[in-house]
Design a protein around this ligand. Structure first.
Ligand SMILES: NC(=O)c1ccc[n+]([C@@H]2O[C@H](COP(=O)([O-])OP(=O)(O)OC[C@H]3O[C@@H](n4cnc5c(N)ncnc54)[C@H](O)[C@@H]3O)[C@@H](O)[C@H]2O)c1
Length: 338
């Protein structure tokens, strides 16, 4: 199988490409990434020498370039991860978020339609459902009630992707996953930020009362679910992907302090994020019933592995924070980029 994978220099997409190539699930993966602050080719080092790996340094919003690429490569599928993925950044600076997440998805769908790409999987988030009151868990028919520019841009792109099934009969599926954690996550999201601050004895900033509830999904479980949807998901359908692990943020932070051996005095209370959703919760029942997929990772074990990874890769943390990876890009990948 030959895949075009957008945004795969980032956290989840890079895990997906490492898994696809190293486990032989795909013979070829063409990574399309514009290398924003969140994109880091070092994340793909483990497969950079694989004969099926190619990198295309490009912006997904460039529809003519995407069309030319799709026509030249003739992939079996496009798996679309590329996004501006951070809620706080979307609040401070919404324009690039709308541009990449909505307009960029439109550009890819158009290019895929015109090139006749046989399969398109759009990667989305449980945040499109907004805050979910106890005791409900969102299934795929739960109303979309996005709260932030980030979640609204993802909700809009989900609807656009589904419209390409309804209108053009394109073979599109949408996945909506809960909060991911694991190695190679940029240290701005909750778990890697708290781990890297704890390891450096810096304050751990906790929004509001810290009682916001999130479902936690190990990134490899997410990538296996995406592969399952790619192969067996029905066209025009949405699939929730959750980790069956609902926890308040403060509980996660206490576990990180325990795993890093750091004191609770590092916790610092900060003003809550505007429009902060109180609770995300979703059910996997549809994906499990249709495909047999289920999350495998135990949260405490996955968190301990993640803490170990950040401990052993502090150079990576320094490089992504300082933008050093661009030097890595110039040195190692310039001749691969077009
Ligand atoms: N991180 C999570 O917990 C989570 C949960 C559910 C869904 N998602 C979704 O999964 C996808 C991947 O998330 P992530 O956490 O890996 O994100 P990330 O921020 O780590 O990576 C995003 C990647 O997209 C690239 N990119 C951004 N704009 C681009 C553009 N215009 N053209 C080409 N490339 C561009 C970046 O360079 C980066 O490599 C996103 O669509 C996100 O909405 C993430």
């Amino acid at each position: 199988m030959k895949l075009i994978v957008t945004g795969a220099a980032g956290f989840i997409g890079s895990c997906f490409v490492r898994m696809m190539l190293s486990e032989g699930m795909a013979a070829k993966a063409v990574v399309v990434d514009s290398l924003t602050y969140a994109g880091n080719l070092e994340n793909l080092t483990p497969v950079a020498g694989h004969p099926g790996f190619t990198f295309e340094h490009a912006n997904i919003c460039d529809e003519a370039r995407m069309l030319a690429l799709f026509e030249a490569e003739r992939p079996d599928a496009v798996v679309h991860f590329a996004a501006e993925s951070h809620v706080d950044r979307s609040i401070h600076s919404p324009a690039p978020v709308i541009q990449t997440n909505f307009v960029g998805t439109f550009s890819l769908l158009e290019a895929a339609r015109r090139a006749g790409v046989p399969r398109f999987v759009h990667i989305s988030t449980d945040e499109v459902y907004g805050s979910i009151p106890e005791p409900f868990d969102a299934d795929e028919n739960y109303p979309v009630r996005a709260s932030s520019p980030y979640s609204a841009s993802k909700a809009g792109s989900d609807l656009l992707a589904l419209s390409y099934f309804t209108t053009y009969k394109m073979n599109v599926s949408v996945t909506r996953a809960s909060n991911n954690y694991g190695p190679y996550q940029f240290p701005e999201k909750l778990i890697p930020l708290m781990i890297s601050n704890a390891l450096e004895d810096k304050p751990l900033p906790v929004y509001g009362d810290g009682r916001q509830v999130r479902d936690w999904l190990f990134v490899e479980d997410h990538c296996r679910a995406i592969y399952t949807v790619l192969q067996n998901g029905r066209p025009g359908e949405v699939y929730n992907i959750g980790g069956n692990c609902s926890l308040p943020n403060l509980d996660v932070i206490h576990r990180i302090l325990k795993a890093t051996g750091k004191p609770e005095s590092l916790i610092t209370w900060v003003q809550d994020r505007p429009g902060h959703d109180r609770r995300y919760a979703l059910t996997n029942e549809k994906l499990s019933r249709e495909t047999g997929w289920a999350p495998r990772m135990d949260f405490d074990y996955g968190l301990a592995m993640t803490v170990d990874w950040y401990k052993n890769n502090q150079g990576w943390v320094e490089r992504v924070k300082s933008g050093e990876y661009h030097k890595f890009y110039d040195l190692n990948y310039a001749n691969r980029a077009t």
